[in-house]
Design a protein around this ligand. Structure first.
Ligand SMILES: *Cc1c(COP(=O)(O)O)cnc(C)c1O
Length: 371
């Protein structure tokens, strides 16, 4: 039996008819861009995130760029962010002409170490982007306190963590100025292409992002800002409106899969199961283990032989990417990020994963690591 990392066809079998029906009005009316389904989705996501406003856009990467632009971050400004994240987080910072300041991460929960903010901040630091990695929220109260005393704006990158909870609050009610979401198909709430959203409790920021996503245009053919074309399609929003009804159930199925892995992997020598902070509830966008003793790559090779899906999120921390060589950061400068990049591996965790498939993954891990 092969076990894919993610099986979107299984999800389609469950909801395909409903999604097709939900798309029909958009096709009938040809209201393809920013139509009624987009407005409905914005309202539902704002409410789901316990926030006020949501602005749909073309991707999670664009959501980060829109958030930075709305906050007035630009050339000459610095932005603190974790090095151990998907490249989009830092790519957005560099794309708008600001400078990333890379922080190290907690080796247990993989998220930014809040103490790094004090170490890295300078008078030019305008924003911080904590990334809620793999489905678990960062220590937001500490991060907000560190940023507020320094006048640093906070953008929460929740591309992997819509609906994750911190101290009983959903991300969106966690203090940041803007929360960014991605609807890339591998996220817990994925569309059928690219899509993203910015969530905020600040009406003025929401209005600015609404204008910025449409060429900075307000009113028509008048441009107070230089914006971009980053709008959400009505068809994608229609699909997402259907999926919203299933989202909590899918999160819960992932948590049950995770609990099963936790129990079965707990005693396996050399494997560190994901650590979820007691104040957090993860949505397990990824179930990421650490493998000791330099055996991660052997495990990956063994999975490949057996047809078991996996991914290495992420093999190179951002501060050591080739495109940032001019920053002059040397190996050893962010030890936790570098260690994580060497020993993490993510296992199949999608909601439809069967118990037989989980058992196969666990058996393979034991067999490969014992060899
Ligand atoms: C997926 C992801 C993004 C980018 O989202 P896209 O919709 O693919 O542009 C940004 N940050 C993180 C942490 C992500 O995982």
């Amino acid at each position: 039996m092969s076990v894919p990392l993610l099986d979107l066809k299984a999800q389609w079998a469950q909801i395909g008819d409903e999604v097709m029906a939900a798309m029909q009005p958009t096709l009938d009316t040809a209201g393809y861009i920013l139509g009624p389904p987009v407005k409905q989705l914005e309202e539902e996501i704002a409410a789901y995130c316990s926030s006020e406003h949501a602005v749909g856009c073309a991707s999670g990467s664009d959501a980060l760029i829109l958030a930075l632009l709305a906050l007035g971050v630009g050339p000459g400004d610095e932005v603190i962010l974790p090095s151990f994240t998907f490249f989009a987080t830092t790519g957005a910072v560099s794309r708008i002409g600001a400078t990333p300041l890379f922080a190290d991460n907690d080796p247990r929960n993989f998220n930014i170490l809040p103490g790094e903010i004090a170490r890295l901040a300078t008078p030019r630091t305008k924003a911080c982007i904590p990334v809620h990695l793999f489905g678990q929220a960062c220590d937001m109260d500490t991060i907000m306190a560190e940023c507020r005393v320094r006048g640093i704006a906070v953008i929460e990158d929740a591309a992997q963590s819509i609906g994750a909870q911190y101290k009983g609050r959903r991300i969106g009610d966690t203090g940041g100025d803007i929360v960014t979401l991605s609807f890339y198909p591998t996220k817990n709430l994925g569309c059928m292409g690219d899509g993203g959203m910015c969530v905020t409790g600040d009406a003025a920021l929401a209005e600015r992002m609404r204008i910025l996503r449409n060429h900075g245009m307000q009113p028509k053919y008048h441009h107070p800002y230089i914006g971009m074309n980053s709008r959400l399609d009505s068809l994608q929003a229609a699909a997402l409106n259907v999926k919203m009804k299933y989202l909590e159930g899918w999160h819960e199925a992932r948590r049950q899969n995770a609990a099963d892995y936790d129990a079965k992997l707990a005693g396996v020598a050399g494997v560190t199961i994901p650590y979820i902070e007691p104040q957090c509830q993860s949505i397990y966008n990824q179930y990421t283990i650490r493998v000791a003793g330099g055996k991660r790559n052997a495990l990956a090779a063994g999975f490949r032989e057996r047809g078991i899906g996996f991914e290495i999120y992420y093999p190179v921390p951002c501060h050591l990417q080739e495109c940032y060589s001019s920053l002059g950061m040397k190996p050893g400068s962010l030890p936790h990020s570098e260690a994580c990049a060497k020993d993490v591996i993510s296992l199949p965790i999608y909601p439809e994963l069967s118990s037989a498939q989980r058992d196969e993954v666990v058996a393979a891990i034991k067999e490969i690591l014992a060899a």
